[in-house]
Design a protein around this ligand. Structure first.
Ligand code: PMP
Length: 392
């Protein structure tokens, strides 16, 4: 057997305090969850609207399983594309106001699929430095010349666009950044993409369902059309509470993805019952305006409570409200102490975030109550920890 340094790599991971351990959830996603067999208040799920265990959506899933069975049986281009997939694609196209939509089994695969289908070696890809790993990996896979501009820094992006001699250029960005919760400057990106004849792709995983009219996301909120942002991607496993993802755009973009996106072609289609559950979820997302209002009011309440106690939050108005901690050790320690107090907030460490910026990624949901948030804030207050900038 070849030597892959497996033991050494694990030892190094532990020594650097970067070893990951999975907690075991013994309940559905909900604020008062069971974690490793004991009750725990959960503040790290992406179930932003509280739909992952919604009765209407669960029942749509169950009924569809009775009709269509469990597995999709094959990839979409063989025979895995069923009626519920087609209906969901059409409904999402209508909802996003785009000509056509293509479903992917996961968001990771959607990003790999689009970028590697659009770009080839010799093309240029410009990505915000803090884009999600799936966009960064997609860039590598495409073989395009791939540059990361400074986070939200349009001057830095413009300098790079100006220098590029590539015939085809694509700018790709998260709409709401997954580990920071802040937002990309869409209007400026649209302007730059026009000026430098670059394509523009927005991954709206953390905004879809949460913001914009009826939960249509950042593009709708800012009034951006397919002409402004030709490639929209969003996921269904977060605010929608189901699983999978989609890309929305022009007829020709989507047909190109069907023909050329390898992560669409060479994988088993999402289970049809997931597509049916997502159709039910779409109805709830659009109808339940109160969920978005409650989420916003929870965000404001949490921020006010933390600010009055000097708990250092990052600049974010989204459901993602990370607490700056800094060192890996401190993020682990605070998270372990929170768990001892019955509160689950997983620490986020490198390489997920840049070195020195470890954090507790608190996420809020429409179904957290004031009492839940008070319990989190009290727990945070009771922990003695060194805030960034303070001597340890
Ligand atoms: N894009 C972003 C911005 C994400 O945060 C995530 C998931 N964390 C993905 C894509 C991948 O989506 P999925 O989990 O469906 O693979």
């Amino acid at each position: 057997m070849m030597n892959f340094d497996l033991e050494e790599r694990l030892e190094q991971r532990s020594e650097q305090r970067l070893f990951r351990q999975r907690v075991i959830l013994d309940s559905p996603q909900k604020p008062e969850a069971m974690v490793d067999g004991r009750p725990c208040l959960m503040f790290c799920s992406n179930d932003y609207l509280g739909l992952a265990n919604h009765p209407e959506i669960r029942s749509a899933f169950q009924q569809a399983a009775n009709v269509y069975g469990i597995g999709s049986g094959a990839s979409a281009l063989i025979n895995g594309h069923s009626r519920p997939h087609r209906q969901l694609e059409e409904e999402l196209a209508e909802f996003t106001g785009r000509a056509r939509v293509l479903l992917f089994s996961t968001g990771y695969m959607a990003n790999l699929g689009v970028i590697s289908a659009l770009l080839s070696p010799g093309d240029a890809l410009f990505q915000d430095r803090l884009n999600h790993a799936s966009l960064l990996d997609a860039g590598r896979l495409s073989g395009a010349r791939f540059q990361r501009y400074l986070h939200l820094d349009m001057g830095n992006l413009e300098r790079r666009l100006k220098k590029s001699k590539a015939r085809r250029k694509l700018i790709a960005t998260d709409g709401v950044f997954s580990m920071d919760g802040d937002r990309t400057p869409l209007a400026e990106l649209v302007k730059l993409s026009r000026q430098y004849q670059a394509g523009l792709m927005v991954d709206d995983a953390h905004a879809f369902g949460c913001i914009g009219k009826g939960g249509r996301g950042s593009l709708k909120e800012g009034g951006f059309t397919t002409d402004d942002v030709p490639v929209m991607m969003a996921t269904l496993g977060k605010a929608f509470g189901t699983a999978g993802a989609f890309v929305a755009g022009s007829e020709t973009l989507i047909e190109n993805l069907i023909q050329f996106a390898r992560s669409y072609i060479y994988t088993t289609a999402m289970p049809p019952a997931i597509a049916e559950a997502s159709r039910a979820s779409l109805k709830v997302v659009e109808r339940d305006e109160w969920r978005r209002q409650q989420l916003t009011s929870n965000v404001i309440y949490f921020r006010r409570s933390c600010e009055s106690l000097g708990i250092p939050l990052m600049a974010s108005d989204s459901a993602i409200q990370p607490i700056q901690v800094g060192s890996v050790e401190e993020s682990l320690r605070v998270s372990e102490q929170l768990l001892d107090l019955g509160v689950l907030v997983t620490p986020i460490r490198p390489p997920t975030v840049p070195a020195g910026s470890s954090r507790l990624r608190v996420t809020l949901s429409a179904i957290h109550t004031r009492e839940h948030i008070d319990r989190l804030v009290e727990a945070l207050q009771s922990i003695v920890w060194h805030k960034p900038g303070q001597a340890a």
